[in-house]
Design a protein around this ligand. Structure first.
Ligand code: PAF
Length: 287
């Protein structure tokens, strides 16, 4: 595996391989890799001639009071995992090279970033869309891979690519869970032992929603109340949002049908966790 730190070297490498007719799959990450990331790498490996994984903790997607300075990092461990997973290039650019002095251009969607995570993280999706488009321009991937856990992020990226005629296929991949159901996330490392036990309430709430769906319930208020009750049973849990939304538009729905996505964000102590589930699909297929 080659490790590249400069934009020019990354772009030259990509262009030389595109000339040879190779397809490039990109897995953009912020590092501190877990099985969820590696499942994206694995899929990219199967669908492309070459795989590039980027590790970049993108400052523009963190709010002023968020965890940028303490975001977990493990470059050596990450590099070993990617090497073992058969990645061709690890791209680790420096922040001051991607956002040099006088930087002023951002990608902003008008509607999709407003609900859900966008409400408590204003500016977050502007930072995500911007860095993802920059990475696409540098790495020139045919396909790029993102986890379904950050569902709103995935929809924002799909929409950006459609609206701006970007030539990269966006592949959403199933959520990878711990054995007790907690969705894998680099931020799980913030949880104390007690918080880790309580964090299972997000998955528990999604299971409550799925059971209601299986029983034929169609009133979204019933779902939201039952999910809230499940989460609030944990002493450290504070609900940011619990919603049933349309899987495409992310607009709230009142009558629950097969297209409904249950989504939630919950703070366990200081750690904000998110999760989601399509109610109509089987657990193994969707997640
Ligand atoms: O999902 C992430 O890790 C980040 O938001 C991404 C897509 C790598 C952009 O910084």
């Amino acid at each position: 595996m080659k490790t590249i730190a400069t934009i020019k070297e990354m772009n030259d490498w990509a262009k030389s391989h595109l000339l040879l007719g190779d397809s490039i799959g990109l897995v953009p990450t912020m590092g501190y890799l877990h099985e969820g990331h590696l499942s994206l790498v694995n899929k990219a490996r199967h669908e492309n001639d070459l795989v590039v994984t980027s590790i970049f903790v993108n400052p523009t997607q963190f709010g002023r009071n968020e965890d940028l300075s303490v975001y977990p990092r493990d470059p050596l461990g990450d590099s070993a995992k990617l090497e073992a997973a058969g990645v061709d290039v690890l791209f680790m650019p420096e922040a001051d090279k991607l956002y040099g002095a006088g930087y002023e251009t951002f990608v902003e969607l008008e509607r999709l970033p407003l609900p859900l995570c966008g409400k408590s993280r204003p500016g977050h999706f502007r930072g995500v869309a911007t860095i993802v488009l920059k990475l696409f321009n540098i790495v020139q991937p045919q396909r790029a891979y993102f986890g379904n856990k950050d569902y709103q992020q995935l929809q924002v990226i799909k929409k950006m690519v459609r609206d701006l005629n970007v030539n990269t296929g966006i592949i959403g991949c199933p959520i990878v869970r711990e054995t007790d159901g907690l969705a894998m996330s680099s931020r799980n490392s913030y949880l104390s032992t007690t918080e880790r036990k309580q964090a299972i309430c997000l998955y528990g709430a999604l299971m409550v929603a799925r059971r209601l769906f299986a029983s034929g319930e169609s009133d979204s208020k019933v779902y939201i109340q039952a999910m809230r009750d499940k989460v609030m049973a944990e002493p450290e849990a504070v609900v940011d949002y619990i919603s049933l939304v349309d899987r495409e538009t992310l607009e709230n729905i009142t009558i629950v049908s097969g297209d409904a996505l249950a989504v939630l964000a919950v703070k366990i102590g200081k750690t904000r966790l998110i999760d989601n589930m399509l109610l109509a699909e089987s657990a193994s297929k969707n997640q």
